[in-house]
Design a protein. Structure first.
Length: 204
């Protein structure tokens, strides 16, 4: 495995990106062949992403039970999602709901149903502008942006590709002061998430 240099003078291939040492690559993304460092993420940021992934997983399990496992869904956090290979572009959403894939198959945009980014001081412009554009161009149908505070998730903005058109259309925003329910949607399947599910310190 190679160790990634600090400076890059030419674009690289997807295979070259995958050859970067895994511990180093965990903190990197690749955009149009150029490797970029991920934004800073504190513990509360990571906890909210994890809580949301677990909440989506519970909804996915409920859906699989309803369909008799006729469909299969998985969730992940901070995993490479290949948006397109030429020039190679891959992002690491804070949480992602996707169709099940074989263990050694690369997770790609066509597998993803919902990509979620948790906003922070260092990431907001990248998440709202660059990643939103990339996810829409790659055809990911749903994109959520989550704000948080010390308690947990504070707001959730939901965007979707409607009628196959791009860019994303804003579908709705919920705030923790609006009630107990953070998300209640039917697309891509029924998902209900409570704000208490997204607290950084869950109730015992």
């Amino acid at each position: 495995m190679t160790v990634w240099p600090e400076q890059q003078h030419a674009p690289i291939t997807w295979e070259m990106f995958l050859d970067i040492d895994e511990d180093i690559r965990r903190e990197l993304e690749i955009v149009d062949g150029y490797v970029i460092p991920r934004e800073q993420r504190g513990r509360d940021h990571q906890k909210v992403g994890t809580r949301l992934s677990l909440a989506l997983e519970r909804a996915a399990v409920d859906q699989m039970r309803r369909t008799g496992r006729g469909e299969c869904f998985e969730t992940n956090t901070e995993v490479d999602v290949l948006l397109w290979e030429v020039p190679p572009t891959a992002r690491k959403p804070d949480a992602v709901l996707h169709r099940c894939i074989p263990e050694f198959e690369q997770l790609a945009a066509q597998h993803v149903l919902i990509a979620v980014e948790v906003l922070s001081t260092w990431s907001e412009r990248r998440d709202r502008v660059h990643k939103m554009s990339d996810y829409a161009d790659a055809g990911i149908p749903h994109y959520w942006l989550v704000r948080f505070d010390k308690v947990g998730a504070l707001t959730i903005e939901r965007y979707a590709l409607t009628g196959g058109s791009k860019p994303y259309t804003h579908i709705g925003t919920t705030h923790r002061d609006m009630g107990k329910v953070a998300v209640n949607v039917t697309d891509p399947f029924p998902v209900e998430i409570l704000w208490e599910d997204l607290e950084t310190s869950p109730k015992l």
